[in-house]
Design a protein around this ligand. Structure first.
Ligand code: PMV
Length: 331
């Protein structure tokens, strides 16, 4: 058994440009299709893991409060994998805190489980490469496997636990894009993404969406590498629309939009037609992410802020990979 240790990691959330929706294997979160994202700066989760031989069970707090049973079970699933890889039996104390409120509408599961994977592996003395950290983060939240890299990232869907992990496409400084997030609601979401993924295959549209994903991934990857914004805008909006069409046609149906989300989705392409480089994308929540090159950010922020129904606006740029900020097996 390894000597118990402690480590703290900081990781960032990401915004999916090509979406992950639906699983081949829900337990291990092996996705039905690959996805592409941009890791976001500014927002972060800081997670400390301490393995202690004297603990009777794992203890998990988020923002100083005991984690709810679902979140705790997901954390323990990740810790169990770390224990099995490091031949450790010690239970762990996990303390996690986000720099952004959950009510901000930015999913904290990606940054949370990426930080957990990095901190737990370091605390257990495991020397995992990026693919190993990505697989570990994926067990807690699919999108978290992309947050183990900075910049532009692709999750290779794979077919099992070994082949499903994220790889970098380009570093954060490749293209200075902004994600201008229009916050349109203060209520937290009723149906979480795990339940949403379970419903995906009940939609008759999901098979077509999954079948054509490789083509959308290729188009998005090319547009990113070529910094071709018009091409990126088209594929990002189409992919978001396809995911929300699957949601709305699932049983039972899912619709995360408010009237403000829907109105903004109409107006953003019309701004583009007028020459403003901006494209929308929407995750499993009501807030609309407006992606734009930095040169257009001031005008996009101005228009999104002034849009009726928008409560406030968050702005993020390309962010880096997780960092270990404290300790490793200080035991
Ligand atoms: O990782 P999860 O289970 O929170 O799912 C994320 C799903 C979306 O945010 C809607 C899309 C994505 O690829 O991030």
């Amino acid at each position: 058994m390894n000597r118990p240790g402690r480590a703290t990691a900081v990781a960032h959330p990401n915004i999916a440009l090509i979406k992950y929706w639906g699983n081949l294997d829900p337990a291990r979160r092996i996705p039905s299709n690959g996805s592409i994202s941009l890791t976001l700066s500014g927002l972060e989760t800081r997670t400390s893991v301490t393995f202690r031989a004297d603990l009777p069970s794992d203890r998990v707090t988020i923002g100083g409060q005991p984690a709810d049973p679902d979140a705790a079970a997901r954390v323990i699933f990740v810790l169990d994998r770390v224990r099995s890889l490091s031949k450790t039996s010690s239970r762990a104390e996990v303390e996690s805190a986000n720099s952004f409120p959950t009510s901000s509408g930015i999913a904290s599961s990606a940054s949370g489980f990426a930080a957990l994977a990095c901190a737990a592996a370091a605390a257990a003395g495991l020397d995992l490469d990026a693919a190993g950290l990505s697989r570990l983060a994926r067990l807690g939240s699919g999108s978290a496997c992309r947050s183990v890299h900075g910049g532009f990232v692709e999750w290779i869907a794979g077919t099992d636990d070994v082949t499903s992990y994220a790889v970098p496409i380009a570093p954060p400084d490749h293209w200075d894009l902004r994600d201008v997030v229009a916050i349109v609601s203060r209520t937290t979401k009723e149906v979480g993404s795990s339940e949403g993924h379970r419903r995906a295959d009940t939609s008759p549209l999901q098979a077509a969406r999954v079948r054509q994903a490789p083509l959308r991934l290729e188009t998005c990857r090319r547009a990113l590498l070529d910094k071709d914004f018009p091409r990126l805008a088209e594929i990002v909006e189409q992919d978001s629309d396809l995911m929300h069409a699957v949601m709305r046609t699932s049983t039972p149906p899912l619709d995360y939009s408010t009237p403000t989300t829907a109105a903004l989705r109409v107006v953003v392409p019309s701004w583009r037609a007028q020459g403003l480089a901006a494209a929308y994308t929407q995750d499993a929540g009501p807030h609309l992410h407006v992606i734009c090159p930095v040169e257009h950010a001031a005008e996009v922020i101005r228009r999104v802020t002034a849009f009726p129904g928008v409560i406030n606006v968050l702005v993020a740029g390309p962010g880096g990979a997780p960092q270990i900020v404290e300790g490793d097996r200080s035991g």
